[in-house]
Design a protein around this ligand. Sequence first.
Ligand SMILES: *Cc1c(COP(=O)(O)O)cnc(C)c1O
Length: 380
Amino acid sequence: MNKNRIWLSLAHMGGHEQDFIRQAFDSNWVAPLGPNVDAFENDLETFLSDHVHVATLVSGTAALHLGLILLNVHPGDEVICQSFTFSASTNPIRYQNATPVFIDSEKDTWNMSPEHLERAVKDRIAKGKKPKAIIPVHLYGMPAKIEEIRTIADQYEIPVLEDAAEALGSTYKGIHCGTFGEIAALSFNGNKIITTSGGGAFVSKNEGWVKKARFLATQARDAAPHYQHSHIGYNYRMSNIVAGIGRGQMQVLSERVEQRRKNNQFYRKHLAGIEGITFQSELSPDFYSNYWLTTIIVDPEKTGGITREDLRLALENANIESRPLWKPMHLQPVFSDYPYYGEGICESLFDKGLCLPSGSILTEKELAKVVETILSIPSL
Ligand SMILES: *Cc1c(COP(=O)(O)O)cnc(C)c1O
């Protein structure tokens, strides 16, 4: 890896990960189950809530896929999904040969608009097809307006599959993201707030579903001395080695959230004076973001013509990685034929938005270099 480059979000080990991996080697638990898996699942349950159960998996995408299977999403069904997200929120809908129905964001949290959600639910029902699930996302760690979304979901009796891949450690009204949906997905991919190199978790209050997810993730093997199968299975379980990394990471999760929030504060403090640069922000004290990534909007009408791309290229020239915000799913060639309910909010966010280097591993000197580079753009 290029040593001097400032990266968007890098892995940040806590120090004890290798101890847990060593334990696995010493006891020869080098397998897709074992004591590290059980302990990591326990750690996550303890962190999130007394009421949830967790099955760790190979990825967050696998958790979303199993979520759709458990919510009985079949070919031809419709599933509502936030458009402003990473493709992994949507791909599993197509794994089931179901149809995604995309919803725009609202301006406050940048997540699923409850207003367009309700409009879509009513319209799909009027067209004769009640959606089988709703997938809201807490993007960049910012909690969605989950209370409003839940109210609509409950009113129309549609389950929520909560994509909390970016939001471990974020809360709404003091309650952890990842505990609001009938089912939720977490991710421990290499760039997330904590990482196991790759990994994810299936979370639910329904213990039966978590057991079923674990069963499906282990090739759906029935209880029998021989290999007996009455369901299609998947090979989705996390390995005991990888779970060792997870146990070490859980020891430092709270510190990682604190550090990312400090990074966010640093950027706010030093970029506050610039006309035309605004931040994704907590709408009220009810919203607590892990600020997985610090994200800004660059409005060229107020910056004197300076655009998001001008910032990105200036940073790139200084060997600093930054990235445009997620390109909405309904604008992706692979999903462009599916229905979309909205008014262009997420298009505009994509147009003007930028993710700044945000890893908890960044030094204050590196953060200062990012700020200086932005401030040195002529006429900004
Ligand atoms: C990372 C991510 C996922 C997928 O998680 P993986 O563990 O990489 O499969 C899903 N949704 C969102 C919003 C993500 O950022």
